[in-house]
Design a protein around this ligand. Structure first.
Ligand code: NAP
Length: 287
């Protein structure tokens, strides 16, 4: 089969079965009558470097990068956008005539989704981020760029926690950054004091996953955001709402980061409402 398309884009991840991105990008190509395709590639960890090099050989316009590769891909790109460099993670690669440029559209995608859901910005807020992977980095950096009062990080692995805290302190020395290991007793005080708590771990994607933190530790005035978009409402979000918190799932962040990626690859304004509808439909059928 010959694939002759003007735009060939896609997504690299492992596993990739959960992705809803192809549906929204295909809808955008179709609506704008553009000759484009968006493919999901499951890349094994040992093949990641070869897959990045293949972007040039296969003349792909670009790809999204998802769990667990957002930090790792930075090593093999020719250039990072200022935002991607600040985050230290890339979720969008553009192939510009063989030159691979890394962007991070999660930063702006998270900002737009959070501000819509909460009705205010993170300015002066006490932000608590659960997780220290690629997505958590984007959330924390957005917090810093929005001039939060403080950032507190909770993570399972202490080493990754320390690396992220150090990274934030280097890039944003004016912001108070603290952290502790997920489940520790100090974390309870930090959670209770936060104005906004964000789950940026992968906990909640699988049916029998435990919740990232106990909802009983949340103060009802706290706004809660879960990056997980499938299921659209995690048990943790449901429990936070039951406790009296306002809370949102990650679908809008996925939509807005995807719309920005589309613009980076094609130079065309993304049809947001068309993409939103396609995303909602696709998520309805995903298990
Ligand atoms: P990642 O780099 O692989 O990081 C995963 C994070 O989850 C790490 O902090 C890891 O902790 C933690 N984690 C994994 N399993 C855990 C467990 N059993 N218990 C406690 N912590 C656990 O992945 P990522 O790219 O940051 O993505 C994280 C999540 O965000 C994924 O679910 C992804 O789908 C979602 N996401 C959503 C959007 C959106 O647009 N809505 C955008 C980006 C990402 P350790 O450091 O201890 O391993």
């Amino acid at each position: 089969m010959m694939l002759q398309k003007k735009y060939i884009c896609g997504i690299f991840g492992f596993p990739i079965r959960h992705t809803a991105s192809p549906a929204m990008h295909h809808a955008a190509f179709q609506y704008l009558k553009m000759d484009g395709v968006y493919l999901a590639f499951q890349i094994l960890p040992d093949d990641l470097k070869k897959a990045i090099e293949a972007l040039r050989a296969l003349h792909l316009n670009g790809v999204n990068v998802t769990i667990p590769y957002k930090e790792k891909v930075c090593h093999w790109l020719d250039e990072l956008s200022p935002e991607a460099a600040q985050v230290g993670a890339v979720n969008t690669i553009k192939n510009e005539d063989g030159r691979l440029i890394g962007f991070n559209t999660d930063v702006q995608g998270f900002k737009k989704a959070l501000e819509e859901g909460w009705g205010r910005s993170l300015k002066n807020a006490r932000l608590l981020v659960i997780g220290a992977g690629g997505a958590a980095r984007a959330v924390a950096v957005q917090g810093a760029l929005s001039r939060v009062r403080s950032i507190s990080i909770l993570n399972r692995s202490e080493i990754r926690l320390k690396i992220l805290i150090r990274h934030l302190k280097v890039h944003f020395p004016e912001i108070e950054v603290t952290g502790c290991v997920l489940g520790s007793t100090e974390s309870r005080t930090e959670i209770g004091a936060a104005d906004c708590v964000v789950n940026a771990t992968s906990l909640g994607m699988a049916k029998d996953d435990p919740m990232p933190i106990s909802p009983n530790w949340l103060d009802p005035r706290t706004y809660v955001y879960d990056l997980i978009y499938n299921p659209s409402e995690t048990t943790w979000i449901r429990e936070a709402i039951a406790r009296g918190c306002r809370a949102s799932g990650g679908m809008n962040m996925l939509l807005y980061q995807g719309a920005l990626s589309f613009q980076i690859w094609t130079g065309r304004r993304a049809p947001i409402e068309v993409m939103r509808k396609a995303l909602k439909n696709s998520l309805k059928f995903k298990v």
